[in-house]
Design a protein around this ligand. Structure first.
Ligand SMILES: [Ca+2]
Ligand SMILES: [Ca+2]
Ligand SMILES: [Ca+2]
Ligand SMILES: [Ca+2]
Length: 455
């Protein structure tokens, strides 16, 4: 679904070509069945524009009209959307003039119906750059991480900072320096809210690595830095940074980044099952010969996990995905969310207990739009996937009353609409798989079909 549908350039990341370079974007959040999405709207080559917001009150089925969160004004590249209950925060960068970047935010306490005034979480050293805000919300508690180039001993380099608020930002702790570098992502484990995880990277002439810290006491103190990649990402442009993301649930932490130790840019995963104390060895999650970029990883309480990323397949870019049903231990083959000649990317994902909600953007209309789907991975446009009972000639599968009939042999997987695998195995020609009436997604013969099984 085209959420933005506007003649301006609509992108989750305010760069010239829809290609995050700092860290993976997070422009969607889901709480209490309400889906919250925000994005930049500008002229294609300009940072002058707006931030728009849209919400759905019915889990993504229907959407209210977009509203303006800020602008038109000079903005910067990144924003972040988070929610807890009916509290929603949109935090973003603005260009305060002369290349001075500041962080601002607005909060809604009624599920996105109305929004409070713009606020500034950082009030010291504001003439320097404050960038890359990332927040975790937990009731009235706000955990904020950002990057800041205020001078330390007269040297102005980017460092990561952290601060928190216990009252939705009415007051804050002081700015707590973490470590040298940039692009933080802060993640709270909903099962263990005192454990906070900090993703960040170093990217300078001597070191280009993905890094990690954690707090086990709600942000009061932090561990020393762990060098997660242990390898310098190659290249010297912003498009070579070890970009990534992270998620944590029930002490399972999935940590991703990008480098080319496997021969080209790949999405690499390390996994912790003890809340970030110890980590698995790196594994190559993407495994494509093309450039893999900007992974977004998300876990569900069922043990299902998804990773979506953008990959330069076919010479253009596609959003692709993999599914795990064992907390990230093993992963499905890669599937395409998009399959077109446009530049598709900047994907982020939220899970609401039933559905996976996915946001990305594409220039298929010529001026960038923000797209939404709650279909599982893999999927595509509903139009080219939908088949119904009685259809014939559909790639080896026939739908009957209460069953699927396989007209060819091969491995299959059946997903419920919330993305759970409900059946899998190898079908022999003529095999009938019994399915309850309803809507299912069937992966067979390398494609996914949305099928409707009648009563
Ligand atoms: Ca547009
Ligand atoms: Ca500033
Ligand atoms: Ca690759
Ligand atoms: Ca494409």
């Amino acid at each position: 679904m085209n959420l933005s549908d506007d003649p301006g350039a609509d992108r989750p990341y305010l760069d010239t070509w829809n290609h995050p370079t700092e860290r993976s974007t997070k422009n969607i959040a889901v709480c209490n069945g309400k889906v919250h999405v925000a994005w930049f709207n500008s002229d294609l080559w300009s940072h002058y524009g707006r931030i728009y917001y849209r919400r759905s009150l019915d889990g993504g089925a229907t959407w209210e009209p977009k509203v303006t969160i800020t602008g038109p004004r000079d903005l910067w590249r990144e924003l972040w959307v988070a929610c807890t209950g009916d509290t929603v925060m949109i935090i973003y960068e603005v260009d305060a003039g002369g290349g001075n970047v500041d962080i601002k935010y607005r909060v809604s306490e009624d599920g996105g119906a109305t929004w409070g005034p713009e606020q500034s979480p950082i009030t010291s050293s504001t003439s320097y750059n404050q960038e890359a805000p990332s927040v975790a919300l937990d009731g009235p508690n706000v955990h904020l991480a950002w990057a800041d180039n205020r001078p330390i001993f007269l040297i102005s380099l980017y460092n990561i900072y952290y601060k928190r608020s216990g009252n939705l930002g009415s007051s804050w702790t002081s700015d707590a320096l973490q470590d040298l570098s940039d692009s933080p992502i802060i993640v709270q484990d909903p099962s263990n809210p005192n454990i906070l995880h900090l993703w960040f990277m170093t990217y300078n002439t001597s070191e280009r690595r993905a890094k990690y810290r954690r707090s086990t006491n709600g942000g009061s103190s932090w561990s020393s830095t762990v060098d997660m990649s242990g390898y310098n990402a190659g290249g010297t442009t912003p498009y070579d940074r070890p970009i990534g993301s992270m998620d944590a649930l029930s002490n399972v932490v999935l940590y991703t980044w990008v480098d080319e130790r496997y021969g080209n840019k790949e999405v690499i995963l390390r996994r912790s099952t003890d809340g970030g104390a110890t980590w698995s060895s790196p594994t190559n999650l993407s495994g494509t010969p093309t450039k893999s970029w900007a992974p977004f990883v998300k876990e569900a309480p069922t043990g299902e996990a998804r990773v979506y990323w953008m990959d330069s397949l076919d010479g253009d870019w596609e959003v692709v995905c993999k599914v795990s049903t064992d907390w990230g231990a093993t992963w499905s083959p890669m599937q395409r969310l998009t399959d077109n000649s446009a530049h598709d990317g900047a994907v982020s994902v939220a899970y609401d207990g039933t559905y996976w909600h996915v946001i990305w953007s594409s220039d298929s209309t010529g001026n960038y739009e923000v797209y939404y789907t709650k279909d599982p991975c893999p999927t595509g446009g509903d139009e080219d996937l939908g088949v119904s009972e009685g259809d014939s000639g559909v790639k080896g599968v026939e739908i009957g009353r209460g069953y699927l009939l396989f007209r060819e042999s091969g491995p299959y997987k059946v997903f419920s609409t919330d993305g759970r695998v409900v059946a899998s195995g190898r079908a022999e020609k003529g095999y009938r798989l019994r399915l309850r009436p309803g809507v299912w997604f069937v992966l067979f013969g390398g494609r996914t079909y949305r099928v409707v099984v009648g009563r």
